[in-house]
Design a protein around this ligand. Sequence first.
Ligand code: ADP
Ligand code: MG
Length: 886
Amino acid sequence: MSASVALSAAKPSSPAATPMMAQYWSLKEKAGDCMLFYRMGDFFELFFDDAKAAAATLDIALTSRGEHDGQPVPMCGVPVHSAESYLARLIRAGHRVAIAEQVETPAEAKARGGSKALVARDIVRFVTAGTLTEEALLEGRSANRLAALAEVGSEGLVAIAAADISTGRFEVVAVPREAVDAELARLAPSELLVGEGAETLPAWGGVRQLVRRPQGDFASGPGQRRLEALFGVQTLDGFGQFSRGELAAMGAVAAYLDHVGTGGTVFLQPPVRHLASGRMAIDAATRESLELVRTMAGARDGSLLGTIDRTVTAAGARLLADDLASPLTDRDAILDRLDLVDALARDALWRGDLRATLRALPDAGRALGRLVAGRGGPRDLAQLRDALAGARMLRERLGRRPDLPPLLARLLPGLDGHGALVDELTRALIETPPVDAAQGGYVAEGYDHALDALRETARDGRKAIAALEADYRDRTGIASLKIRHNGVLGYHVEVPAKHADALMAPESGFTHRQTLAGVVRFNSSDLHDAASRVTQAGVHAIAAEAAHLEALTAAAVARREAIAASCDVLARLDVAAALADHAMSHNWCRPDLVDGPCLDVTGGRHPVVEAALAKSGERFVPNDVALSQADRLWLVTGPNMGGKSTFLRQNALIVVLAQAGGFVPASAVKLGLVDRLFSRVGASDNLARGRSTFMVEMVETAAILAQATPNSFVILDEVGRGTSTYDGLALAWAVVEAVHEVNQCRCLFATHYHELTRLAESLGALSLHHVRAREWQGDLVLLHELADGPADRSYGLAVARLAGVSPKVVKRAEAVLAKLEAGREKTGGLAAGLDDLPLFAATLAAEPEAAKDALRETLAGIDPDALTPREALDALYRLKQVEAGA
Ligand code: ADP
Ligand code: MG
């Protein structure tokens, strides 16, 4: 059907619908909540609300076509040949798109249904954030995951399956409900599937597309069968034992991939169970506040990852992100990684050589993903060839080294075994083949003699045509005669109009084809013969190449798991070399893993702050910390901007880096392995979050108190700050006591509540520290240096002056402060009486549970809506009585 067909008024179900509208609406219904790209000739057209939304997002013209219910139908369109870039923008803006293609030619339509027949169209594919494979639509250095959540009531766990179909990585994990957000934050899926009936949705806010799918997709039985079919196995047992929830989540991913690809193949490797047990537990709030792989604003730049990433391959960058997002707790596994980084750190030549080799390798993992998905081309095969050839070369070179670190020795064989495929691809393909196969020309000379012969014929034909041109010029005496080629006429003779008469003569041997303004075009039988030889040979050659492409693709796809494994090895080498390289150029050291809950850092630095300071030529002041069983809670006070937050975070980052298997920004580190890491930032300090936050802060703090073990590491930065002074101080006080007495974990606590320093008198494993500052000639100098003991004063006014508050205001504030301080002397001040508080543990023990329950019971019996004011007052008195124990 031509693009000029008018859309006329019709409702989806209206009998007056034109055939085309009926087709449009039935496709639109199939597309569900996706935008519909409706193929018309060289354009994808969008209509109605789709058109409005797309025109706004893409900033393209919104036009209209025909009418619907008496209103013009909004329409916009994008050219098919540049559709990818438009798709990318729509996906980024959170849309999903269904692509409806013409699935027969106009000629086929006519043959089927007569001259008026509408070309059949169908949705061939859905383009969604989590299911992309196109290079242009993906960000090379980040994983792109599609995840599904499933919960099987009786199991009490939520299963999360996550697939990156651009590389085939497929993992599944089952966690308690309260850990779902932490896992999602680690995986950071760009698209998340939940059941239609799912009542509670995850709180994690990073998902770009949340998609509800039919509940049936989440059934474990069919899910299992779907997976067995997908992997072509009788049973999944060979991959591991999966719970029903895990099968349901994985099955939902598989069902969705089936739906969006509408039956095409997708690349999934066998599922790997992510063992939360071998990993450091890091919840969503901690991840966010430490800015491990993304800043709070969502950028990679400025995060820990962005600052230290020196990987030279996209797959390496993706793996480094995974490593930092999920540090290990298994000592041997960490030591394995450290040994490899260490060996590479010591040998700069080797490291440089390895990195240069890796840098030249293409992203084979994603090329493989496209090939398996049926969207690959000659360029993808060449990328596999080059990457696997590089892997083989690396294997040989590395194998010759003495004293291989154990991890490397174990990894090396994984680079092997692709010799036959590489050789085949090398013989078959030219050096740099085109992305698109349509024009041919990518199969190398000498690979297929029949193909070579066809090309020879075509070449000869073209030579013959060139010879004909010379011959015709001679014979006709027209020097400006040319033989040209175009899509409509094919090869033809062209002369300026003024010379046309000679060729028009019947005996000239030329047949007239076309007269244009200045030129006239002819055909001749010799030319016709030569031209058909060229065209025939060309068509056959392209078909022959296509057959080779198919066979080579099949050969590569058959080895997909081994290829994916080699890609993983290359990525691991890249990460180790990158960490070593960064460590060496920044003077980082190898952490020493020790027993017991210890964190002993000499000369620690914050890599991101240090890098930011370095840009403006400023020096970062290194600081030490020494936490141990006996001195496990450091209370850090000192002026605003003094470096407290930086100090806390740098130590958390050192722990993350060390357990990810890398060197650390310090001159020496002794670390007892951390099982759970927590970081909390007081509400008012956490500007980027912009939520009403005191509540959030307390919920998150409660999670620490519930979960931290003696092997955990906690940093608390100005917790309790988000509320009035008294509440905040009281809460901070109680939290410090609880962490000290109950959790007994390593903890750094920064506070501006000077009063908290009194806790040192009652809590044995707590010690006081402060960031140093000095007043010099009326100005405050922040030294960013940690020292023992409490800060002697708060310097608040000096900071205000530093920040540019006008001298008049500061003067007035000084006067007010003097009054307040005088008042404190008299009354004992804010923290007066705190000394008399019983210890936290004592309160715990003495808690009058029974009385509390009686209180609850009474409370539960009151229905405020049913009370008169008088009754309400009575109820209040009753409550007071119960509370008093009467
Ligand atoms: P606080 O939490 O005490 O208010 P921050 O940790 O936020 O202070 O630090 C404030 C600023 O001081 C940082 O942005 C950084 O520029 C600088 N700073 C912090 N620590 C150091 C350090 N160790 N060396 C040099 N500059 C630092
Ligand atoms: Mg701070």
